[in-house]
Design a protein around this ligand. Structure first.
Ligand code: PRT
Ligand code: ZN
Length: 226
């Protein structure tokens, strides 16, 4: 374990949120010494360590108090919160800021040849997704009796592979759906990257003071780009 007096921030090691999150930390004046293969990166000018992990692990690391803060997509955060609530685990955290990157939507898409007349058309069908809790919540809200089939990758090929009738996946440009003969039909969740921290009162006064000093700088960087 690294020095517990240093603020620990979880960040996606390599993926769509990595570069923008690191750029934001640098823009607010945090100097970082990142070595590609290493899990931990230390700041050379602030009491901060970065923990570089898969994005899937970040909500749990914050909610379990293993790290103090994290950069994460709202889609992943909400899914993990629902999953932990269903398992009776603590799911407390605070959103410090919604950020200006990582924008995408979680959408239902069906094969272009399918006869689709609203979400009720999915009744009795199987829908492949990496976000079963968000999808089941949507089905419940809409009163649709469909089944979410969990796939951690290649969701867009599930209908062609005969594994599911439709999919529920993240979309940004829509090119992936189109390339796979799928039509986007319903947006069930809109997401951006967010900066979260452990629940109120669980941080030392020193760490909370450091966070309180950093957040206005983030606002400044975001405003300067607008
Ligand atoms: O390895 P690790 O588990 O850390 O990474 P990951 O593969 O789970 O995540 P990653 O890096 O793909 O995405 C991280 C986060 O970026 C997601 O949780 C979202 O919050 C956000 N994000 C923003 C996206 C997209 N845009 C996006 N387009 N995540 C995934 N996609 C996928 C999309 O599903 C499609 O397959 O990218 C592909 C291209 O999308 P189109 O619509 O432009 O074709
Ligand atoms: Zn992931």
């Amino acid at each position: 374990m690294s020095d517990n007096s240093r603020l620990r921030i979880a960040i996606q090691k390599s993926g769509r949120l990595s570069d923008d999150s690191i750029a934001l930390l640098k823009a607010i004046g945090i100097k970082l010494n990142i070595r590609d293969r290493l899990l931990i990166a230390h700041s050379t000018n602030e009491n901060i360590d970065l923990l570089r992990v898969r994005d899937d692990d970040i909500p749990g690391l914050v909610m379990d108090g293993v790290v103090d803060m994290g950069f994460i997509g709202e889609n992943e955060l909400e899914e993990k919160m629902l999953e932990r609530q269903a398992a009776g685990k603590a799911a407390d955290f605070e959103v410090l800021r919604r950020l200006d990157y990582g924008g995408c939507r979680l959408s239902l898409a069906v094969p272009t040849e399918m006869d689709y007349n609203g979400a009720a058309s999915l009744g009795g069908k199987k829908v492949a997704t990496t976000y079963p809790y968000l999808l089941e919540r949507y089905f419940k809200e809409q009163g649709i009796n469909a089944k979410a089939v969990m796939l951690t990758g290649s969701v867009e090929v599930a209908p062609r592979a005969g594994v599911a009738d439709a999919i529920c996946d993240l979309v940004s440009t829509g090119a992936t759906l189109e390339a796979n003969g799928l039509q986007e039909e319903e947006v069930i969740f809109r997401s951006k990257a967010v900066l979260i921290q452990r629940a109120d009162g669980e941080l030392s006064a020193e760490k909370q003071a450091l966070i309180n000093r950093l957040v206005p700088r983030i606002d400044g960087v975001i405003q300067a780009k607008e």
